[in-house]
Design a protein around this ligand. Structure first.
Ligand code: NAD
Length: 364
């Protein structure tokens, strides 16, 4: 949602600013570029919850040593199709990229790979990793848990949080086209969306939140003050069950740890189980792409309900947002923009430089 006070920043300028901030915070040019491009793409995709508004939180996490700099990715287990990597609490946008590059190579040679990436600092928009695999022509499935911060989501029927927002992503490549990309939190809304609503001073829609007493509320502040409230799972028992399975697949299977009984809260610590499949090696090489197109057309031809202009498939809203925002700039609410500017200034980037990079006049 936008309002009149949002600033609109074109992606190139925003990327330059965020890259400079990461460099000033101590990352090298390559890592700063990966992180900046990842976060700006999240904004462009319409997922502001996972965009540049996170930079001040990342800088704070680095300052207290919870987010580490430098090369942190290590191999815990390498057994052919099975890989366990440890991100060493490095920048998720870098660790995620490097881990995916390793498994993409492996999946191309073996046909399929199952990888557990442990202990990465926040992996951001999980769809980014599905897109990386799809760009290499691979199908990918991602199940994620989050430890290192308090539980945020109540299991179905419960009044207190027991899960994180446990995202799931499935990406299916389309030769020469953008992939089909399903990518969502198993909570009804991502936690970051309550941050954006809270910073905008807006309520969230009914049916998404419980207050600390377990009563329904629309006030996003309950997720940003103590005692914490809880998000509700999407799809009632189904989303709740999927979140449980994310905990098992991402947290238990590779030994990374689930959210159960944790109190060692220091930073967003993501674990991700990732399954990559080469679609050309499953026996349907001649038909999989054509079948995908047939299905897509079949679904697109569904008569639309009065409330929508047309039926879409997963990944389309993000592509539409990218087209709009690349042209008009990405809207950033004034509080998030102010926090970003303050963080940049604290890192030694002057207001004059910020204005020059982004084309947005910066007061103060
Ligand atoms: P969301 O509710 O906006 O759902 C997005 C998914 O639904 C996309 O696949 C999108 O293409 C599809 N979609 C949306 N509208 C559609 C329509 N009209 N027709 C067809 N498909 C449609 O997403 P969310 O749950 O708010 O999650 C936002 C982001 O937060 C995701 O990128 C997720 O990976 C990320 N996330 C990350 C973490 C983490 O720990 N790193 C935790 C939670 C969420």
């Amino acid at each position: 949602m936008t309002n009149l006070s949002d600033v609109h920043v074109l992606p190139d300028g925003l990327t330059v600013l965020v890259r400079r901030m990461f460099e000033r915070a101590g990352w090298d040019e390559r890592d700063a570029t990966l992180a900046a491009e990842n976060l700006v793409l999240a904004n462009l995709s319409g997922h502001d919850s996972h965009g540049v508004g996170l930079v001040p939180y990342y800088v704070q996490a680095a300052e207290r040593g919870a987010l580490r700099k430098g090369r942190t990715l290590t191999t815990v287990l390498d057994a052919g199709v099975l890989l366990t990597l440890d991100g060493g609490m490095g920048l998720g946008q870098v660790v995620g990229h490097d881990a995916m590059a390793i498994v993409i190579d492996r999946a191309r040679s073996l046909g399929a790979v199952i990888m557990n990436l442990r202990n990465s600092h926040h992996l951001g928009r999980i769809g980014h990793w599905g897109e990386q695999a799809a760009a290499a022509g691979l199908v990918s499935l991602h199940f994620v848990n989050l430890i290192g911060m308090p539980a945020l989501v109540a299991p179905w029927g419960g009044t207190q949080a027991r899960f994180s927002t446990n995202p799931v992503c499935i990406a299916f490549p389309r030769p020469g086209e953008e992939p089909i990309l399903l990518d969502f939190a198993t909570a009804r809304i991502a936690h970051g969306k309550t941050r954006i609503a809270w910073k905008r001073g807006q309520p969230v829609a009914e049916g998404n939140l419980l207050d600390p007493a377990g009563e329904p509320t629309t006030d996003p502040a309950v997720m940003w003050s103590q005692p914490l409230g809880a998000l509700l799972p999407f799809g009632e028992h189904k989303g709740s069950g999927l979140a449980f399975m994310c905990e098992l697949l991402a947290g238990a299977l590779g030994g990374a740890g689930t959210i159960a009984d944790r109190t060692d809260w220091n930073a967003v610590d993501n674990n991700m189980l990732c399954i990559l499949i080469d679609p050309a090696r499953m026996g349907g090489a001649d038909v999989y792409a054509a079948e995908a197109e047939r299905l897509l057309a079949w679904v697109h031809e569904t008569p639309a309900a009065r409330t929508v202009d047309r039926v879409r498939v997963p990944g389309e809203p993000e592509r539409e947002a990218r087209a709009r925002r690349r042209a008009a700039g990405t809207p950033i609410d004034p509080t998030t923009w102010g926090d970003l500017v303050e963080c940049a200034v604290s890192l030694g980037v002057s207001r004059k430089e910020i204005a020059r990079m982004t084309g947005v006049s910066v007061e103060g």
